[in-house]
Ligand binder design. Structure first.
Ligand code: FES
Ligand code: FES
Length: 161
């Protein structure tokens, strides 16, 4: 098939690309834009490893064609790094609470939680659990991730009060 033009902004950089119509957004991000932090697990929308933000909303990039991202803004896990190269507060809390082991699921989970913490400065534990439950992690048992998020939410609550 003939390539089609796609314009996207990914992690603050504008791209104009020519892509095959069948190209998945996950493949575009990894192969064309070098966002290797976007992981591909099941490739059918179940595991959540490929989750990125599209116009601020968490989306499974294995279920979206690259052409469907035309004109939209994408954020991958690479966007979470602070300007000095350090971890952001959510990543730091995961690190402190041992919220990851192999890390394969982590980038997708961080992106879903980023959407939550963007929308709700100090989410409840039940909201945190709702956002994590759409992801499969084979290593951690999830508890440490929840603890990381609950602590971050508590810190933010104190800042707000
Ligand atoms: S790789 Fe996309 S949901 Fe599993
Ligand atoms: S940390 Fe290994 S799959 Fe989640």
């Amino acid at each position: 098939m003939e390539p089609v033009p796609v314009k996207i902004v990914c992690n603050g950089t504008a791209y104009q690309l020519q892509v095959e119509p069948r190209t998945l957004l996950a493949d575009l991000l990894r192969s064309d834009l070098g966002s290797k932090g976007t992981h591909i697990g099941c490739e059918h929308g179940v595991c959540g490893a490929c989750t990125v933000l599209v116009d601020g909303e968490p989306m499974r990039s294995c279920l979206m064609l690259a052409v469907q991202a035309d004109g939209r803004t994408i954020q991958t896990v690479e966007s979470l790094e602070l300007p000095d190269g350090s971890l952001n507060e959510l990543q730091e809390s995961f690190h402190e609470h041992h919220g990851l082991q192999c890390g394969y699921c982590t980038s997708g989970i961080l992106m879903s939680l980023t959407a939550l913490f963007n929308e709700d400065k100090a989410p409840s534990e039940s909201r945190i659990r709702d956002y994590i439950q759409g992801h499969i992690c084979r290593c951690t048992g999830y508890q440490q991730m929840i603890e990381a998020c609950v602590e971050l939410s508590g810190l933010r609550s104190k800042e707000l009060s």
